[in-house]
Ligand binder design. Structure first.
Ligand code: B12
Length: 447
């Protein structure tokens, strides 16, 4: 039996003008080039649970239009799904089925809309893949594959996580590899379309397991750069510190996403720096309190952090860790002033890097339901717009074209060569000042 693991791997923005603009801006291109080379950890994880009598091949499909014929000669294909490329995934699935190949669909989009996905597959898997995959394989072998497997009532313990089969990848093609250390989140942000939609409860992977994965990667890529495929790596500070102490011995460079509360823990920050942290990405979301209010639905946590943003960024960066601060444009409670405010904040806060995206109602999110209920979704089922760079909702305090046009302008401002250079320069100057201060303090202590 030959099983093809198929990841859709293209997409940046649907808006052609923005794509064109992105191609000419150094800061914008840098990050997209780097991350575009990440493989599908979801599929490699399932591969790690697939018995060895099943032959496996990992394939990435970027653009269906450029595809001649169908990749591989597979009996079954397992296709992963994000919303932005789901229509291409469905078209590919339809082609495979027409050619007699059995199609299994799973992933974030399929979990949000299993009925839609079911129209293009022999089988859909809802939720985390691991709890159901052994049964899917058993049923496949017995020729008794079911149309739907739902893992939502079978939460997966990450202590049982398999080692992803990174050896299926072409070592020449990848320079960064992902490792997941946790799933779900302690917060509940209205727009979040990430692993909380698969695993509503927050859970962490045992540190020893994470290290096993890193070591496996190092056998294949001795100088691997690791990106933790987490939503909030340091939500659990105790686990985070244990993890960092172990990572410290692995001699790697790594990147991750987390929240601003790390700024209150100097020990954690020192451990991050010492263990090879290259940069962290933090969702600041908005520079204004009115933009932050109501975003986090459990305790309005994001709004409560607003007053500490500057001090927090300073403290993290003074530890030698550069911060990529992320902002969402088009949030309720924000208007046309928000574009200028973000540009000013980027300058005054000393942020090393800035990421801006457009508020995106992904299917299955509370944001989507709310906007749909008030008739604010512009195009129903237009999942190709779920790129984080395209507008598919009616903003509260600006027109759609104002959001689009001002977003493009802000992209030009923030990612211009000069602004990017200045951000880098400010960061390194700040770092130098901090080192001098530490040196002076140490000398005083010695005297
Ligand atoms: C790494 C990453 C990427 C990589 C790799 C993508 C890939 N092929 O896997 C790259 C850089 C290529 C990428 C691209 C994009 N990304 Co991205 N990315 C991530 C990131 C950081 C981690 C994803 C990850 O590895 N998770 C861990 C794995 C284990 O989870 P998983 O893939 O969900 O798989 C599990 C289940 O879903 C299931 N499963 C998955 N597939 C299948 C298939 C079958 C058959 C079965 C049975 C089960 C199954 O089993 C797995 C184990 O439980 C997340 C954010 C985050 N912190 O999670 C964003 C995220 C997934 N990306 C996102 C977006 C928007 C994009 C882009 C549209 C950006 C853009 N403008 O181009 C593109 C879309 C590309 C596409 N194909 O459509 C959104 C997607 C939201 C959504 N619901 O669609 C996320 C959640 C970030 C966000 N801001 O919300 N991304």
């Amino acid at each position: 039996m030959k099983l093809g693991l198929i990841a859709m791997s293209g997409v940046r923005a649907y808006d052609k003008e923005l794509t064109q603009l992105g191609l000419t801006l150094p800061g914008f291109v840098e990050r997209s080039k780097v991350i575009a080379s990440l493989p599908s950890l979801g599929l490699l994880t399932l591969a790690g649970m697939t018995p060895h009598d099943i032959e496996l091949e990992y394939v990435e499909v970027d653009d269906l239009e450029k595809l001649e014929g169908l990749p591989g000669n597979f009996d079954i294909v397992a296709i992963s799904s994000f919303s932005a490329q789901i229509k291409q995934a469905y078209a590919l699935a339809d082609r495979y089925r027409a050619a007699g190949t059995c199609v299994i669909l799973g992933g974030l989009h399929v979990t949000a809309l299993p009925e839609e996905a079911g129209r293009h597959a022999d089988c859909v898997v809802i939720g985390e893949g691991e709890p159901m995959w052994p049964q899917v394989i058993r049923d496949l072998k017995r020729n008794q594959l079911q149309p739907v497997y739902d893992s939502r009532s079978k939460p997966f313990d990450l202590a049982n996580a398999p080692i992803p089969r990174f050896e299926l990848l072409d070592p020449e093609r990848y320079n960064r590899l992902t490792v997941q250390t946790q799933r779900g989140c302690v917060f509940d942000c209205e727009f979040c379309a990430s692993s909380i939609r698969l695993s509503p409860t927050f859970k962490v992977k045992p540190v020893a397991k994470v290290i096993d994965e890193i070591r496996h990667i190092k056998t294949l890529w001795p100088k691997a750069f690791i990106e933790f495929a987490d939503d909030n790596t340091f939500a659990n500070k105790k686990h985070g510190k244990e993890l960092l102490k172990a990572v410290n011995k692995e001699n790697i460079r790594w990147f991750t996403e987390t929240d601003i509360s790390i700024a209150q823990d100097d020990d954690l920050l020192s451990l991050m720096r010492d263990s090879g942290c290259a940069q962290i990405l933090i969702g600041l979301e908005s520079t204004s309190l009115s933009g932050l209010r109501g975003l986090e639905r459990k305790s309005d946590w994001k709004a409560k952090q607003h007053d500490d943003y500057f001090a927090a960024i300073r403290n993290i960066q003074e530890h030698g860790i550069s911060v990529n601060g992320c902002f969402v444009l088009g949030l309720d409670g924000t208007g046309n002033e928000s574009f200028r405010d973000i540009a000013t904040f980027a300058e005054e806060s000393g942020l090393y890097e800035v990421q801006i995206t457009i508020l995106t109602p992904f299917p299955g999110t509370p944001l989507y339901s709310r906007l749909e209920d008030c008739g604010r979704i512009l195009r129903k089922d237009a999942w190709e717009l779920c790129t984080l760079f395209d507008v598919n909702f009616q903003p509260e305090n600006m027109s759609v074209s104002e959001l689009e046009e001002n977003f493009r302008k802000l992209v030009r401002t923030i990612y211009s060569e000069e602004a990017t250079r200045q951000r880098r320069h400010r960061f390194f100057k700040q770092l130098k000042r901090q080192k001098q201060k530490e040196y002076a303090n140490r000398s005083e202590d010695d005297e």
